[in-house]
Ligand binder design. Structure first.
Ligand code: PRP
Length: 180
């Protein structure tokens, strides 16, 4: 156990099993079709890498970087696109992947942006869903785990840029974020 972690929520093995299950479901749902995956950096990097390997379909991979204007304005939904997609998605099936849906503002905004390119469909996949924090009616189409309203890190999720490379998902000790 890492010294800054209070509790491991999902071990590496539990995450791997869930990602395998999600990949099988996505493979079945899109059988016979091609998929463009759009991954939201940075948080989704590990989930995207693992999930796409479990999708047994022709997959093209693209990335976006979005950022909120600042902590105060997150609830206002002001999300900037720092890096847009490179792929042409018109007439294609798109799967938008993120590590977590929290307020729902990021997935809502980015999926609407993608729709403006006239894809055949846009669906969303997240590993974690912190439903208690939602401010809109956005829900992901594929969800790995529902989680409580706790500060979670690891497997791509950070606190002030740290802890992304922990192989598990854990709850950060309150003392750690109290002193930053
Ligand atoms: C995190 C996470 C999601 C978003 C979810 O990204 O990766 O993209 O917040 O929150 P929401 O549902 O309230 O919009 P962050 O902006 O921290 O960037 P990161 O991916 O680089 O960690």
């Amino acid at each position: 156990m890492h010294k800054d972690i209070k509790e491991v929520l999902f071990s590496e093995e539990v995450i791997a099993a869930k990602v395998q299950e999600m990949g099988a479901q996505i493979t079945a749902d899109y059988a016979g079709q091609k998929l463009i995956v759009v991954s939201l950096l940075k948080g989704a990097v590990y989930f995207t890498a693992d999930l796409t390997k479990k999708i047994d379909l022709p997959v093209r991979l693209d990335f976006m970087i979005a950022s909120s204007y600042g902590d105060e304005s997150i609830s206002a939904g002001n999300i900037n696109v720092i890096k847009d997609i490179d792929e042409k998605i018109a007439g294609k099936h798109v799967l938008l992947i993120d590590d977590i849906i929290d307020t729902g503002l990021t997935l809502d905004k980015i999926s609407k942006l993608l729709e403006t390119h006239h894809p055949l469909s846009v669906k969303t996949a997240v590993l974690l869903d912190k439903g208690a924090r939602r401010v809109n009616n956005m829900n992901a189409d594929y969800v790995g785990f529902e989680i409580p309203d706790e500060f979670v890190v690891g497997y791509g999720l950070d606190f002030a840029g740290d802890y992304r490379n922990l192989p598990f998902i854990g709850i950060l000790k309150p003392a750690v974020f109290a002193k930053k």
